[in-house]
Write a protein that binds this ligand. Sequence first.
Ligand SMILES: Cc1cc2nc3c(=O)[nH]c(=O)nc-3n(C[C@H](O)[C@H](O)[C@H](O)COP(=O)(O)OP(=O)(O)OC[C@H]3O[C@@H](n4cnc5c(N)ncnc54)[C@H](O)[C@@H]3O)c2cc1C
Length: 521
Amino acid sequence: MTSFDVIAIGGGHNGLVAAATLAKAGRKVVVLEAASAVGGAARTEEFAPGFRVSAVAHLLNRLHPDVVKTLELEKHGLQFARTDFLPSVALSTGGPALVLYGAYGEVLTGASSAEQSAWKELRAQLLRYAGILKPFLSRRPPDLAGMSFKETAALGQAALSLKKLGKEDMRDFLRVLLMNVADLLDEQLADDRLKGLLAFDATLGSHLGPRSPTSLLGLYYRLAGEAGGAAGAQLLPRGGMGAVVTAIRAAAEKAGVTIRTSISVAKIIVENGRAAGVALDNSEVLRARTIVSAINPATTLLDLVGPREIDTGFLRKVKNIRMKGDAAKLHLALDRPPQFTGADAADHKGRLVIAPSPDHVERAFNPSKYGEFSPEPVMEITLPSLADPSLAPSGACVLSAVVQYAPYQLKDGWNAGKPKLLKAIMAQLESYAPGIGKTVQHSELLTPVDIEARYRIPGGHWHHGELQADQMLISRPVSGWSGYDTPLDGLFLAGAGSHPGGGVSGAPGLNAARRIIAMKG
Ligand SMILES: Cc1cc2nc3c(=O)[nH]c(=O)nc-3n(C[C@H](O)[C@H](O)[C@H](O)COP(=O)(O)OP(=O)(O)OC[C@H]3O[C@@H](n4cnc5c(N)ncnc54)[C@H](O)[C@@H]3O)c2cc1C
């Protein structure tokens, strides 16, 4: 039987990044994936005959440059040009759309000249402030109790970049850091369409409305990411998100990683307080010195390790991780491309956002607090087959949309609620793209409960755990254990539930692998 140094649980993109990085550092690694294909929520799948789509995540806006470099993803087929950057189109039923072109609105059109100047200033400020948080994405959060020299130096560097902002900016950074996004937008902008778009982006993937305290942090997280070398840029990978995973998989296999699919880990074997191997659902047992779990932290610790092996204080923290998703995914197979009011042909290839004002986003959020959804959901729409005709039959069109807020625990249950949400979404789409309903050949709506079941993501949560102030940085996944280690020697975490969080970034996987390498694991 082949023996391995490292067993990676979960072949999502983070599991593959961790495995590839460890293999490149000389470890013999096996990845165990429960589904029949790797990629997790970053797969491309056929949802109707001849129609393929990015099954959950559809926009690439934070694949970490260190991941691209370390795994030489460009050599493995991942290449993007500046011309691929997508515009963000703030749709409106009553007139032309407002459009942010380039990397997060280098150019703004459809707004007054006063609004354009205000946006230029705000954009620069947001990018400057997000830039302070950026270095934290690619390293372990500082261990405040026992900081190493390297960690102290890194923290010092962050303090230095804060100082470099200048006195006024530094004060303002600290003033706004924990603000709600709606208040900041009201301070600086006037156009509801622009404010609605930014409020949507700040709250996407989280259980927050634009008026919830700290909601601005979501926008910083978004802008600390980059694509194609530009902060805030977004791309639609050709072939869907699965193409990104194909490149990561190729890098992993080139480095010698063994990948096994359709094999689920049922248990992590613990011997003398140390993770020693895994038991699979087919009763097979594999042993290794290091186990890296790139699935949800709570599943790893509560289900695979089990409460008997874990100290009660730690157990309580893990049980308290909030991770009830609010984002649903809609896929439509359309006879022909839809026509959104006020958007030109080029805009249709971009990201079309229905979030007409921060108040509208807030009103869409409010019912989710009580297990209900709004009759007017907010959403981010892409039509990926316009730029990549391989995704749909000739002349037809794929629509992919992320819809909020669809609470995981719907009061009436999702069996009854799903057709009602679909109806509400279609009504909303119809008012922005009249006639779209008549062109639908097939629809697929994935609620957080569907995402949980199909992709094994507890709560169907975007980040495998809320990414809010109390579950970020040194508190992610739980306070005291933010650096990929766990109380069990030999067991590490590497998925979106770890620092810095979710999105197709590969950062948790890379950081975890670096930690294991530093520990000589
Ligand atoms: C509706 C929605 C839309 C999103 N849109 C975007 C977007 O446009 N852009 C973006 O960047 N991000 C987006 N995200 C977030 C992004 O999809 C995730 O944060 C990211 O895919 C997480 O990657 P991961 O590798 O950490 O985990 P996952 O992708 O969840 O992978 C984990 C893998 O582990 C496997 N697994 C689980 N349990 C076991 C087990 N016991 N044994 C073996 N294998 C197991 C699973 O099958 C899965 O393949 C979205 C999320 C949602 C919910």
